[in-house]
Design a protein around this ligand. Structure first.
Ligand SMILES: CC(C)(COP(=O)(O)OP(=O)(O)OC[C@H]1O[C@@H](n2cnc3c(N)ncnc32)[C@H](O)[C@@H]1OP(=O)(O)O)[C@@H](O)C(=O)NCCC(=O)NCCS
Length: 156
């Protein structure tokens, strides 16, 4: 059982970090949810911005990737180690994705949510668009959120 402690978020900074993020995804999506391994890591991983959540001792306990496509930032592969769920870590990752989109002057964030996890994304400001579809045997739905820059302060 993991002991609670301050979790910090950061972008992956080297090959070791990325390996830890990919290993976590394989544990969560392949071992736990049955996604075939050959589908889990794809060509987008080479160009994505990967975020990790780490414990004070440096263990990676959550991850997410962001892929830019024109004015859209696609959020994907949001995964939290089982023992660390329900503590707001995914929500913090999603907040970081929004800040990144603002910084990049993106127009929208988009993600294919597992229908079961849609409530997580709704709480983070996303709305479902379109029909439910199957991906790797799991029902998904597209969800989007507009990126709204904070209003510039008016000069007096
Ligand atoms: C889904 C997942 C990423 C959520 O991570 P988490 O760190 O536990 O999420 P949070 O603690 O930030 O949850 C935020 C809110 O979303 C809700 N939520 C989280 N996971 C949910 C789920 N699977 N179904 C419904 N609601 C969920 C929580 O109730 C919580 O609301 P609350 O704070 O009002 O209780 C995590 O359970 C996980 O890795 N699951 C396996 C992989 C997966 O399904 N990834 C999503 C792919 S689309």
């Amino acid at each position: 059982m993991s002991t609670p402690g301050p979790i910090s978020l950061r972008w992956v900074r080297d090959a070791r970090d990325l390996r830890a993020a990919l290993d976590l995804r394989i544990r969560v999506f392949c071992d736990e949810q049955g996604v075939p391994r050959e589908l889990e890591v794809d060509q987008h991983d080479d160009v994505a911005r990967h975020a990790v959540a780490v414990t004070p001792d440096g263990t990676v306990v959550a991850t997410m990737r962001l892929v830019a496509d024109g004015g859209t930032i696609k959020v994907g592969r949001v995964a939290v180690e089982r023992a660390w769920r329900g503590r707001g870590i995914a929500s913090r990752l999603l907040q970081r994705a929004y800040e990144y989109a603002l910084d990049q002057r993106a127009e929208e964030l988009r993600l294919a949510a597992q229908v079961e996890a849609a409530a997580l994304y709704r709480k983070a400001g996303y709305q479902e668009v379109g029909e439910v579809f199957d991906e790797a045997g799991i029902p998904h739905v597209w969800m989007v959120q507009a990126v709204v820059p904070p209003r510039r302060r008016r000069r007096p």
